[in-house]
Design a protein around this ligand. Structure first.
Ligand code: IPE
Ligand code: IPE
Ligand code: MG
Length: 233
């Protein structure tokens, strides 16, 4: 098992974002309906997060459902909401049992009442504020988040970087050190735009359901070899 113990602290990202793309193509390649790809994608979440935590990562943000994904055909959106309804509880229970804390980013008012209840029950289980964190972005859009945070900052009297940060969904999390996008596309698709300002970006053609521990570790190792300058010399 890879361990963070033998690496310097700066070589290990504290906060990793994952754009879990490629579920639909994974299913289509197998002549399966697209929701079968989403189901396979959900099964892959816990092992990947555990490998990241074993490596020494403190927080993982997962892009699970974007504000724009709501414009997909109704049958696909319903399948995704149903998957959240059925799988979110068991998946997070497993993560919480292993000591993690689960939080959500996004405008959850979109979801039906029973799904929102599942989310608030999960949040209520977060007792250890210092625990490793899984942040799940659901009905999440980076622009929506920034607009919302700017409005709240303005209402509080001043629009500053610190006031905007304090009103982001991720106010308690550090900036993203790195983002991994599976599925071959090289874009952020509205994922955590404010927090990504100085993220290291990694793109892989592997479709999300096929993305495993070995590739994750190799990407995390590559992160450790990059030089981050943050605009300085
Ligand atoms: C990502 O997989 C999961 C969601 C957007 C919910 P896609 O559904 O975008 O899969 P592809 O990109 O069509 O293969
Ligand atoms: C990004 O994937 C959203 C999630 C992974 C949840 P999309 O498939 O929605 O992104 P685009 O449409 O290729 O940009
Ligand atoms: Mg996609």
């Amino acid at each position: 098992m890879a361990s963070g113990d033998d690496k310097s602290a700066s070589a290990i990202p504290r906060h990793v974002g994952i754009i879990m793309d490629g579920n639909g193509r994974w299913a289509t390649k197998r002549l399966l309906p697209r929701p079968a790809g989403h189901r396979a994608g959900v099964k892959n979440i816990t092992p990947v997060i555990e490998s990241a935590f074993d490596y020494g990562v403190h927080c993982v943000s997962l892009y699970a459902f974007s504000t724009e994904n709501k414009a997909r055909p109704e049958s696909e959106v319903n399948a995704l909401v149903d998957l959240i309804r059925k799988r979110l509880r068991p998946m997070t229970r497993e993560l919480i049992a292993r000591g993690a804390k689960v939080v959500f980013s996004g405008d959850i008012s979109y979801f039906p009442e029973d799904v929102r209840r599942i989310m608030s029950e999960i949040c209520a289980e977060n007792t250890d504020k210092t625990a490793k964190t899984v942040n799940i972005a659901l009905d999440y859009g980076g622009r929506e988040e920034i607009v919302r945070a700017a409005r709240l900052a303005a209402a509080s009297g001043e629009i500053t970087d610190s006031r905007i940060r304090a009103n982001l969904y991720t106010s308690e999390l550090p900036d993203l050190d790195m983002i991994i996008r599976t599925g071959g596309e090289k874009r952020l698709s509205n994922f955590m735009l404010y927090q990504a300002a100085y993220s290291e970006l990694f793109f892989t053609d592997t479709l999300w359901p096929d993305f495993g521990k070995a590739e994750l570790i190799s990407i995390l190792n590559e992160y450790g070899s990059r030089t981050r300058r943050f605009g300085k010399l």
